[in-house]
Design a protein around this ligand. Structure first.
Ligand code: PLP
Length: 406
């Protein structure tokens, strides 16, 4: 049984490797720039804050810890707002090109110039919450229909949040991977388009768009760091790995061999990245994978993410649910020099992984974590389910947020 702080170095990692866009054919800076210019033009766009956590840095014995707080992203509560909605927009633009023979922009779509074509489209996806919210929000923003599939243990609060964007929500039996299969089969039958955040053989273009959307978060964080004090390490939590791969690829392309080490944080109860990095090839974990970290409850790695992380990730660290809960409380109650932060269950795995390996001299040595290290964390969600949040933290999220604003 895995426990928090267990780690595996990636035997296939190659710190000297150059990011080869042609070989990887996955993510490029050019398309990341395009995603950035598109998304930053959407109504309500603002970079999310990068918060210093000096007390945690002291405890972890490193020079700095920076936390990219995604809880306010587009009012959706998570970084996922960047990916699914962007992929919906890209899909609609392609349909317009096919049906009207015209090159539309997102502004054209937002202005309703191709409303008939757009309204004829249905997008769908499987989700454990945040991705479905993003797809539903994108569909409503751009004017098409969305049907979102959720599995048995997705909370009622998360279901309601998706439905609030006007999507039809269907609950399926089984776990996340079963809901992926159900979404796929229904889309084939109905002629809908699957906008998934995970890729599998023969399905790459849309998850690639999703990941290009995520690169904006990494780019913002790198821009917010002082130019002479770039991060040496980035701890990124993994579900299917699209997020970590997007962050890793962006840092790799921008900084080459000076890139931050990428350390994956994987739930012990949904440890597909831990097992895959350990085996040196994708390994699916089965069962109910019922981690509290709902956004990370995935049993299979995304193909595209694997192509980047199998060489780009340096290590993977396991995280148990109870340590994620501790980190949520720690951020909510604040530290003497750090204001309270609302962080959801899936937001804090990177922090929990950092705190665990920082205590372990062998891990510190192998991960080159020293008193000079500067660590970047991605706080990928706020209280995306306020009921679950309050149960864990003991205070409502809005009370924590109010205190943070004082
Ligand atoms: C809040 C949050 N953090 C991290 C992740 C992990 O992203 P990925 O599945 O791309 O690894 C998710 C996925 O849903 C999420 O919702």
């Amino acid at each position: 049984m895995l426990k928090t702080g267990d780690f595996v170095l990636n035997a296939q990692a190659d710190p000297a490797a150059v990011y080869d866009v042609r070989r990887l054919s996955v993510l490029s800076l050019e398309e990341a720039d395009f995603a950035r210019s598109t998304i930053s033009g959407w109504p309500g766009y603002a970079p999310t804050p990068l918060v210093d956590l000096p007390d945690i840095a002291r405890e972890a014995g490193v020079a700095a810890v920076h936390y990219k707080n995604e809880s306010g992203r587009f009012g959706l509560g998570s970084f996922k707002a960047l990916g699914g909605a962007y992929a919906v927009a890209r899909h609609l633009i392609q349909v317009i090109a096919r049906e009207a023979g015209e090159t539309a922009t997102v502004d054209d779509v937002l202005a309703g110039r191709y409303a008939d074509i757009v309204a004829s489209q249905t997008v769908c996806c499987a989700t454990d919450g945040n991705h479905g919210r993003s797809v539903a929000w994108g569909a409503r923003t751009f004017g098409c229909r969305a049907v979102i599939f959720i599995h048995a243990t997705v909370s009622e609060g998360r279901r309601k949040a998706i439905a609030a964007f006007g999507a039809e929500v269907r609950r399926t039996a089984g776990n996340y991977d079963d809901s992926v299969a159900e979404a796929d089969a229904t889309a084939k039958r109905e002629g809908w388009t699957v906008v998934s955040d995970t890729s599998y053989p023969g399905y790459r273009a849309i998850p690639r768009d999703v990941m290009h959307g995520y690169t904006l978060m990494a780019q913002e964080a790198y821009d917010q760091l002082p130019a002479d004090r770039l991060a040496t390490h980035q701890f990124v939590q993994t579900g299917v790995g699209g997020l970590a791969a997007a962050v890793c690829a962006q840092g790799w392309q921008l900084f080459g061999t000076d890139r931050p080490r990428t350390i994956l944080a994987d739930p012990t109860r949904a440890a597909c990245w831990f097992e895959s990095i350990r085996a040196g090839e994708p390994v699916a974990v089965t069962g109910d994978i019922d981690t509290l970290m709902a956004g990370l409850a995935c049993g299979e790695v995304s193909d595209l993410a694997w192509e980047i992380l199998n060489r780009g990730a340096d290590a993977v660290v396991a995280v148990e649910d109870r340590d994620a809960e501790d980190c949520m409380r720690r951020l909510a109650y604040g530290d003497p020099n750090t204001p309270p932060i609302v962080a959801g269950e899936s937001a804090v795995a990177g922090l929990a992984a950092l705190l665990a390996v920082a205590k372990n001299p062998v891990a510190r040595d192998q991960l080159a974590l020293t008193a000079d290290s500067r660590v970047l964390l991605f706080g990928t969600e706020g209280a995306t389910d306020p009921v679950v949040y309050e149960r864990i933290v003991g205070r409502p999220a809005d009370a924590v947020a109010r205190q943070a604003a004082l």
